[in-house]
Design a protein around this ligand. Structure first.
Ligand code: GPU
Length: 838
């Protein structure tokens, strides 16, 4: 194509196309150009925010260049791509990450400084892109970073919510939610593709007809059409030219307003359609590990799936291959069951629109999709009422019934007359009304199903997917892919001092691309100078957090105390309740001590952070209890600062970047078997923080990697949980005495009007202590004692901290992505070789 262009044109592109180089001067030139043109401001009129915008736009220019080159390379290579479908991408801030991944940080930092700004202040102006709830959304973001870094041809597909996860503020110790209007100012990290639009239909009816070959065919006549507009978010890899794409869809009306209504003077009705269309991508549902069966949520899912598949199929069709090659060109990963309708949509496209025979189509579909499960909690399982699906997506409902019929016929053949098995395996739950079980649909429509940590992957085979094992056999479809985190954001970016120390010690930055190299730190564990710098890095992070706590809560804490952190979504299964009950126990123990006895105790700062789903009453009460306890403890001079409690508001990715590197010990204390993996546990340990945890999720594998000496594990095991719950239900199990004492303290009014907390306390008694706080409480307190003892041995603790970090290689998301690429997607890296700018 290029060869056809006139020489003169080519020469001009050659001459002017390479302006955005990476040196300091070129950056400063871009900065000033963006201030004066993009922002229309002058030298007298730049505040930190404008400086951020000008810097961001200068980086954006360079990102777009890499993005272009990457897409061109991938198009030319035309090799197999992976598409990661996720309703959540919890990206956080982009500027610092882009600067580090592109290797621009030093030049840009100096450039900004000479222009009169401090890089830190500039970076601090950015609002988080918070299009996710918690671990699931952040995992998607880490995986995109690794896909880019490892040169894979990959795209993410998601929704561009106008409002991300709500902002949390505290009033009288209670959580209050505020809208997260993150697009208030322009968003330099997206490229609007206003020309990339897909029509998405809803409702309507299905017509049967006979095609030219005499086959029965079905055509869906939707009646409500909404447009899907693409916004592309470039994701740069670290130390590579590869820059991949997340395509986020935004909904808009097909027509601006109903002209006939407008002309009749019905102005409100005339714009109603427009408002309904825009509603679809208006807001992220704020529930973590919990399904709420709202029709708008189902609409979001289909809107996203339909636009993404149209896009993927359109790209495939350009190469003019036969349909049977589709799975050799396309791998689609389903991030939980949220995109399960994609299975049905692809079958519909192939059978209804492209005229492929059902069986051939189904073969293509199942070879294309793979599914990641992220929870076994029953309340999180997606089930949609059949009447709702039927009404919204009539043809899809038919296809689901057919998929189910053909599947169950095969099961019936293998296990004749086992009707219970058929009912248990069915995609349709035979209740009134009937429900579509999305997890069953995802299993049947995928060639691989994976859990996210070893224990979790075993548990899904024994619980939610037990019956599928009976049918498919033990190691056909089901696999484990232990989660990982990107060391670029979670160490290099969040903890620059430690990162620098590691690089100085190992002699280069190779560890950032091969995290196993961290084990090279082990031989320095006794090196005095190294240990000194290690402690200094941790301490400066603690000072940074101390300042942040003061700024956001007014609470003054001592940076020399032991920092004990639990930050994650507030959920009963994660047991923040147990943590604060333990704090009360500690407080009342401290109160009973004499001053001399107290002189010997390790001072602790207990730090909490996390959002509760707005409709989750009990979780919100936990926040209130934490703040009520904090109020009493922090103002009690009699314990002489030996204990402080802080609830940091509005926990999000950028707050995590401040908290995690400052932790001495973090708590991952879910009831055994309930936390599929956890990923923050990996982030804390990578940053030299120890873990206090239950035998659950990835804690187990972290324990395996770092050894008994460097982790504090406690509590009952997953296989004991059923029996313990049974005992709570049918036998009179007395409450653990230490726990009973703490409950008595709350009920005595020590932390304010105890009637407020009655529903919370009732979960332990009337609610039969479903999460087994009583069963684990003593073991928890014992483990806390061991933590106190260990922290007194300063040198011993430093050794543990270093060994923790040094042994974390396995938990890089690069390792996880490589496993997915080899075992599930069957894709190869496609390196982007720098070409000239044409
Ligand atoms: N997870 Br399901 C979420 O963050 N949200 C959800 O709705 C569901 C799962 C988490 C798991 O709770 C956590 O254990 C896991 O590490 C993470 O997904 C990523 O796999």
């Amino acid at each position: 194509e290029i060869a056809k262009l006139p020489k003169e044109t080519l020469a001009l592109w050659e001459k002017y196309g390479g302006d955005e180089t990476d040196d300091k001067e070129a950056f400063q030139k871009s900065f000033i150009r963006h201030v004066t043109t993009t922002l229309a401001r002058s030298i007298y009129n730049i505040d930190n925010f404008s400086a951020y915008q000008a810097t961001a736009h200068s980086v954006r220019d360079r990102l777009i260049k890499r993005w272009n080159e990457t897409q061109q390379t991938h198009t030319e290579a035309d090799s197999k791509r992976v598409y990661y479908l996720s309703l959540e991408f919890l990206l956080g801030r982009s500027l610092d990450n882009a600067l580090l991944n592109l290797g621009l940080k030093d030049n840009c930092g100096e450039g900004v400084k000479e222009l009169g700004f401090a890089m830190e202040d500039v970076l601090d102006q950015e609002v988080d892109a918070a299009l996710g709830n918690g671990g699931l959304g952040r995992l998607a973001a880490c995986y995109m970073d690794s896909l880019a870094t490892l040169d894979y041809p990959a795209w993410g597909y998601g929704l561009r919510y106008t409002y991300g996860i709500f902002q949390q503020r505290l009033k009288d110790g209670y959580q209050v939610e505020f809208p997260d209007y993150w697009l208030n100012f322009d968003n330099p990290w997206e490229l609007p593709r206003l020309d990339v639009v897909v029509d998405v239909k809803f409702y309507g009816s299905v017509n049967r007809y006979t095609d030219e070959k005499g086959r029965k065919r079905y055509a869906w006549e939707g009646i409500d059409t909404v447009q899907s507009v693409a916004y592309d978010v470039p994701i740069p890899g670290y130390g590579t030219k590869n820059c991949i794409n997340i395509r986020l869809w935004s909904s808009k009306p097909k027509r601006q307003f109903d002209l006939s209504r407008f002309n009749e003077g019905q102005y409100e009705q005339a714009v109603q359609e427009q408002m309904q269309a825009e509603n679809i991508t208006a807001v992220l549902y704020p529930n973590d590990n919990h399904m709420v069966g709202k029709e708008l949520r189902l609409k979001q899912q289909y809107f996203w799936v339909a636009a993404s598949l149209f896009d993927i199929v359109r790209r495939f069709k350009k190469s003019q291959r036969p349909w049977s090659h589709f799975p050799d060109q396309v791998a689609i990963q389903l991030n939980d069951t949220h995109p399960s309708l994609a299975i049905v949509e692809l079958q519909r496209i192939l059978v209804d629109l492209e005229g492929v025979d059902w069986d051939d189509a189904w073969e293509i579909v199942t070879r294309t999709f793979a599914f990641t499960n992220h929870t076994i909690l029953p309340e999180a399982m997606e089930r949609w009422p059949v009447p709702m699906v039927q009404y919204l997506l009539p043809r899809h409902m038919q296809i689901i019934f057919d998929i189910n019929l053909f599947f169950l016929q095969k099961v019936e053949k293998a296990f004749p007359d086992n009707r219970d098995l058929l009912a248990r395996l069915s995609i349709i739950e035979e209740s009134t009304p009937q429900f579509v079980r999305m997890a069953h649909l995802a299993v049947v429509g995928s060639h691989r199903v994976n859990g996210v940590a070893e224990l979790h992957s075993e548990l899904i085979k024994k619980t939610i997917f037990k019956d599928f094992i009976q049918y498919y056999g033990n190691d056909s479809k089901f696999e484990n892919k232990t989660n990982g985190i990107t060391p670029r954001r979670w160490l290099h970016q969040a903890n620059p001092k430690l990162s620098e120390l590691i690089t100085d010690t190992l002699g280069n930055k190779n560890w950032l691309k091969n995290l196993d190299l961290l084990k090279g730190l082990k031989s320095y564990v006794d090196n005095k100078d190294f240990r000194k710098r290690w402690v200094a890095a941790k301490h400066s992070n603690k000072v940074r957090l101390t300042e942040y706590i003061k700024k956001t809560t007014g609470i003054i804490v001592n940076s020399n105390a032991l920092f004990d952190v639990q930050v994650k979504r507030i959920h009963e299964y994660k047991r923040q309740f147990m943590n604060i009950l333990g704090v009360i126990h500690r407080y009342n123990t401290l109160k009973k001590m004499t001053s001399e006895e107290r002189a010997d105790v390790v001072h602790r700062v207990v730090i909490f952070g996390g959002k509760a789903a707005p409709g989750y009453y009990i979780a919100k009460l936990v926040i209130k209890l934490i703040n009520s306890v904090a109020e009493v403890v922090n103002n009690d001079n009699s314990i002489e600062d030996s204990l402080k409690v802080a609830f940091i508001p509005d926990y999000n990715v950028s707050v995590a970047e401040i908290i995690i590197p400052a932790s001495d010990i973090s708590q991952h204390i879910s009831t055994a078997g309930t936390e599929a993996s956890g990923t923050s546990n990996m982030k804390f340990v990578l940053n030299g923080g120890l873990i206090l945890g239950t035998v659950d999720g990835a804690n187990i594998e972290i324990h395996e990697e770092i050894g008994d000496d460097n982790i504090f594990m406690f509590g009952n095991l997953a296989h004991q949980v059923d029996d313990l719950r049974h005992a709570h239900r049918y036998r009179n199990v007395p409450m653990d005495p230490s726990l009973q004492a703490v409950i008595n303290d709350i009920e005595s009014g020590q932390f304010g009007d105890s009637r407020i907390f009655a529903p919370l306390i009732n979960t332990l008694t009337l609610g039969q202590d479903y999460y087994l706080i009583s069963d684990d409480f003593q073991s928890y307190l014992d483990a806390q004692k061991l933590v106190d003892e260990a922290y007194k041995d300063k040198e011993g603790w430093i050794t543990k901290s270093i060994l923790c970090s040094a042994n974390m290689g396995k938990f890089s998301s690069d390792r996880a992505i490589q496993e997915y690429a080899e075992r599930i997607w069957n894709i190869e890296p496609v390196p982007v070789v720098t070409k000239k700018h044409i």
